[in-house]
Write a protein that binds this ligand. Structure first.
Ligand code: NAI
Length: 329
């Protein structure tokens, strides 16, 4: 099958080529999928999309008119794909539901540890041979209360790691997992209780109509003053302007992000030779208690191998006229 891979990053191409083993023809397009680039899928029966691609109804219609019948999302999150439109057009859509929840969970812990022990500031300081410690005081994680919003695959692993640190764990989930309660002593509570008690809050729920701006000014005001907030879920779950105001007032003590509300067109590309393209992002970067990574939580060799293998497995199933194991409809 011929596959057009949109948003084809250099870091992932070798993994996709290796997985395809010459059985599928891969056409790499560095640009993101959108109204202006969809035509580059001409001649392909399938497209592979990443998180920043535009898979709105209008763009899916363009793809369908070009003869595309299969959409493989190279990610777990598919909130950017209009599934209803895909269904209407008869497009089959698959994702990679689990490629390495460890990758994202471990990156979440990296953000918590780095922010707490101020590693980003310590590194900057040390490179100027300034070895003073006055600005670098952290806190013991042991005994602290961590609130986990969304205790699924990733949130569950975050809980297991933090249990090892001796943290007290609170969870909020639409479907509480009693095994996590029994195994780790995680207590499922209402959101307002989690906000009131947690020293650290970390978001691992998917972006849905219910979680868009879940953390807004009202939620931030209910949290403990100086709380640490981590978001490796989806940028839209946090109202960035509200977070910026809470950082300025001191209500928010630390902010660690791997995802950003307006990351489309910003992340995954080199903007180093341009004026800062996003004023809100620049204001976040100006805060010393903010640490941001550019949607790299998934970026481990194991995850890239699994993403490529699962994407190619979907293509192979579709090529044989079968349903993919990871089909969404
Ligand atoms: P999962 O489906 O295993 O877990 C999500 C959990 O959230 C489930 O337990 C579900 O019941 C819960 N949930 C759903 N709606 C909720 C709501 N309104 N309130 C509270 N809980 C709710 O998903 P997984 O694999 O743990 O991934 C979680 C999210 O992490 C993904 O949806 C994606 O947005 C994000 N992600 C980020 C990556 C990154 O590189 N930064 C990479 C992969 C995923």
């Amino acid at each position: 099958m011929r596959l057009t891979v949109f948003s084809a990053h250099r870091f992932e191409q070798p993994y996709l080529i290796q997985a395809a083993q010459g059985q599928h023809e891969l056409h790499f397009v560095e640009a993101a999928l959108g109204p202006a680039t969809a035509a580059q899928a001409r001649g392909s029966q399938a497209v592979a999309l990443f998180t920043g691609d535009n898979a709105s109804a209008a763009v899916l219609e363009q793809l369908h008119a070009l003869g595309v019948r299969f959409v493989a999302v190279r990610a777990a999150g598919y909130d950017h794909v209009d599934l209803a439109a895909a269904r209407r057009l008869g497009l089959r859509v698959a994702n990679v539901p689990e490629y390495s929840p460890y990758a994202i969970a471990e990156h979440t812990i990296a953000l918590i540890l780095a922010l707490n022990r101020r590693l980003h500031l310590a590194d900057q300081q040390l490179r100027t041979y300034d070895f003073r410690l006055d600005q670098l005081i952290g806190f013991d994680l042991h005994g602290k209360t961590v609130g986990i919003i969304g205790c699924g695959r990733i949130g569950g692993i975050v809980a297991r790691i933090l249990h090892g640190f001796g943290c007290r764990l609170l969870g909020y989930d639409l479907v509480p997992d009693s095994r996590l309660g029994a195994e780790l002593g995680i207590a499922y509570v209402a959101l307002n209780e989690l906000y009131a008690q947690a020293d650290i809050i970390t978001i691992h729920a998917p972006l849905t109509e219910h979680t868009r701006h879940l953390i807004d000014a009202k939620a931030l005001a209910q949290m403990k003053p100086g709380v640490m907030l981590i978001n490796t879920g989806r940028g839209g779950e946090l109202d960035t302007l509200a977070a910026l105001a809470a950082l300025r007032s001191g209500q928010l003590g630390y902010l660690g992000l791997d995802v950003y509300e307006h990351e489309k067109g910003l992340f995954f590309e080199d903007h180093s030779h341009e004026a800062p393209p996003d004023a809100t992002f620049a204001q976040l970067l100006a805060q010393p208690n903010v640490l941001i990574t550019g949607h790299q939580a998934f970026l481990t060799r194991e995850a890239l191998t699994n993403i490529a293998d699962t994407t190619v497995a979907s293509l192979s199933c579709w090529g044989r006229g079968e349903a993919s194991d990871t089909e969404l409809q």
